[in-house]
Ligand binder design. Structure first.
Ligand SMILES: O=C1O[C@H](COP(=O)(O)O)[C@@H](O)[C@H](O)[C@H]1O
Length: 380
């Protein structure tokens, strides 16, 4: 197995075997992540090898045409031939050759990814609470405030582990929404309502520090208004990234839909490809309700830390696709979540991780697409 393949498949894996009554889950590190540069320093990868398709997952070359003289990278849906080389670029001129190839691009991740598998959803909620508490303490120590962006959907149920945490200074929190449905805040469809019921009403966060959607506006105006609220926070609470001037949220908590959507960034939607703007309107969400506002992918990726929380059997398939099968860019928005300089963590439980091939990762044998992997030798 080449080092390249090993590195491509080497997020930091930890399995938790916490008992449900324990707040601090026991963890057992199975694989330690190794950054490309570290491997190069250690002589594991020749400098030229860290190119496309490279040691990093989700890399797409964005050079002008001809872009992939050695074939479409597996990250773009190309595949390996039995020799191990990428399949050659197709010359066929089918009906789809008007697709704009640069609408979606993947970047090389700059940081390690860690994946933690907890024994149960309860243990995952406790682990998530630890992760949030640590991020909160670090931010408050650094700037006296903590900004956290919450998703809706099933994620909010995993936030219950935060209730009653005496080590968290909720008075310094600023709560934003990763996405929100353009409905009244009291609606059963409102992400704010769900977060309020599960967490916000149970912890002492000042209500003025919870940034909610302005009700009753056309969706485009609602998005602009929400972006305005973020701008008004000022850089003491919400610093800007030095290079791009994007807001740097301390912690973004994402759920992931079975179709791979995160926030309200849906597969192959134009909002998912947006490279500018902080908050966008979505007027035709394939998942009801149709009208939403959403942070953009660049804002999500500018965060100091991002955690993707996927729990339960219903998430098993998308988790496996996201972590083990490269999709065409944009087809699985969760694969576009690659913090520019921040850390990315996956929080899973046994059910959502049930179809992952984690043992293969430890051997560094993961190759995309999964079906191209050689069969494992039968156990003696
Ligand atoms: O519509 C939404 O869906 C996603 C995923 O929700 P889940 O219930 O399948 O976990 C969620 O993350 C997003 O915030 C929400 O608006």
């Amino acid at each position: 197995m080449s080092t390249v393949a090993a590195l491509r498949s080497a997020p930091c894996i930890a399995r938790s075997s916490s008992r449900s009554e324990s707040r601090a889950p026991r963890r057992h590190t199975v694989v330690r992540a190794q950054k490309v540069e570290e491997a190069q320093q250690a002589g594991g990868v020749a400098a030229g090898e860290a190119r496309v398709p490279s040691a990093a997952v989700n890399v797409i070359d964005t050079h002008p045409v001809p872009r992939w003289p050695e074939g479409i990278p597996p990250a773009m849906g190309g595949h390996f031939m039995p020799s191990g080389a990428a399949a050659p670029l197709s010359q066929s001129r089918g009906p789809y050759n008007n697709i704009h190839p640069l609408m979606f691009t993947y970047r090389a991740p700059t940081a390690d990814v860690d994946v933690t598998v907890y024994d149960s959803d309860f243990a995952a909620a406790a682990g998530l609470a630890d992760l949030v508490a640590a991020a909160s303490s670090a931010a408050i120590a650094a700037k006296g405030a903590f900004t956290i962006a919450l998703s809706g959907g099933s994620l909010v149920q995993a936030l219950v582990g935060l209730v009653g945490r005496a080590d968290v200074d909720f008075s310094k929190w600023w709560v934003l929404y990763v996405d929100e449905r353009n409905v009244p805040l009291g609606s059963a469809d409102s992400n704010h309502r769900a977060a309020h019921e599960q967490l916000l009403r149970k912890v002492p966060i000042p209500s003025s520090q919870v940034l909610t959607l302005k009700e009753g506006l056309p969706v485009a105006q609602a998005a602009t208004h929400y972006a305005g609220q973020l701008l008004e926070l000022g850089s003491g609470v919400l610093p800007r990234t030095p290079d791009s001037g994007l807001p740097q949220i301390d912690l973004v908590l994402l759920g992931v839909g079975p179709d791979g959507h995160v926030a309200s960034l849906f597969p192959n939607a134009k909002e998912t490809a947006a490279t500018e703007g902080w908050v966008l309107p979505v007027s035709n969400s394939p998942k009801p309700p149709a009208e939403r506002i959403t942070l953009t992918m660049p804002v999500i990726n500018a965060a100091k830390q991002v955690a993707i929380v996927a729990l339960g059997k219903g998430k098993a398939e998308v988790v496996q696709r996201a972590l083990e099968v490269q999709s065409l860019p944009g087809a699985l928005p969760v694969q576009l979540v690659q913090p520019t300089s921040g850390k990315l963590s996956w929080v899973l439980d046994q059910e959502s991780a049930s179809v992952l091939h984690i043992d293969d990762w430890a051997q560094g044998s993961k190759k995309f697409p999964r079906s191209e992997n050689p069969p494992k030798p039968a156990a003696a």
